[in-house]
Write a protein that binds this ligand. Structure first.
Ligand SMILES: [Zn+2]
Length: 257
């Protein structure tokens, strides 16, 4: 499943209890993991993660008590660490409807740790969600993989001077630099996009913004306002608002005031 499918499913309230996030950079995997975690704790009736409810805000600030990040201890995840997760996952969440465990570098679980994880996944507590970030999911047991939904991220494209920077990266770079002239220039090709191309462009921009947030290049507030703006663009595009108008909206929303 691709990130865009995942977004649609989560917004429709179709949350699964276990995910493997693979592909892309470690920053992009982290961003996608955080996105799922937010959707899992979001208390809005639909459109999770809404970005506005108390749970979303706490998750963005990294202070939600029902989202836990699990890092490896030393070179791998130990069986004791996974047993600890199992114990905590059995407890009811503090505030949200779900408790979320994001296992970073899940492919570094040793076989015993994977078996402990498998036991959790075979009989998951109804309120728990597990997100396994893995560069190399082939290192996970088939039995673990088969109990998770896999989210495949697209590889990061090279950007910057001399590279083949995508239009979305050019827009984000100009906005981040506060260069309104470069931003207007970067949005020129967007005016000519067809109806089917626009959602692809906004999806790419959203993905990049989330990856940069995970990499620490973009603040939570900045990424949230970009995502809100893109949601607005998607809605307008869906009702046939022209690409030129949407490019104008992006310019107004992203320019340095
Ligand atoms: Zn929310």
């Amino acid at each position: 499943m691709e990130l865009s499918d995942l977004r649609a499913r989560l917004a429709a309230g179709r949350l699964f209890h276990a995910y493997i996030v693979t592909g892309g950079s470690s920053g992009a995997r982290e961003a996608a993991g955080r996105f799922i975690a937010r959707a899992a704790v979001c208390s809005a009736p639909s459109g999770a993660p809404c970005g506005a409810c108390r749970d979303c805000v706490k998750a963005q600030r990294d202070v939600h008590p029902d989202i836990e990040f699990v890092d490896k201890t030393g070179r791998e995840h130990s069986v004791d660490s996974m047993r600890g997760v199992r114990g905590r996952a059995a407890v009811m969440p503090n505030e949200a409807g779900h408790s979320v465990f994001v296992i970073r570098e899940a492919d570094a679980m040793n076989p015993q740790a994977q078996n402990a994880m498998l036991r959790i996944l075979e009989d998951p507590p109804p309120h728990a969600v597990f997100i396994l970030l893995a560069d190399n999911p082939q290192r996970l047991l088939d039995t673990v993989r088969s109990r998770c939904e896999t989210v495949n991220l697209a590889p990061e494209r090279p950007g910057g001077p001399g590279g083949t920077e995508t239009p979305a990266a050019a827009v984000l770079d100009a906005a981040a630099a506060g260069n309104n002239t470069a931003l207007a220039r970067a949005l020129l090709p967007v005016e000519k996009l067809g109806r089917e191309e626009l959602p692809e462009f906004t999806a790419e921009l959203r993905r990049l913004a989330l990856a940069r947030y995970a990499g620490g290049d973009l603040s939570a507030d900045a990424v949230e306002s970009v995502v809100e703006l893109l949601d607005k663009c998607d809605k307008m595009s869906a009702v046939n608002v022209s690409a030129a108008h949407i490019a104008g909206l992006l310019l107004a929303g992203l320019c340095r005031k």
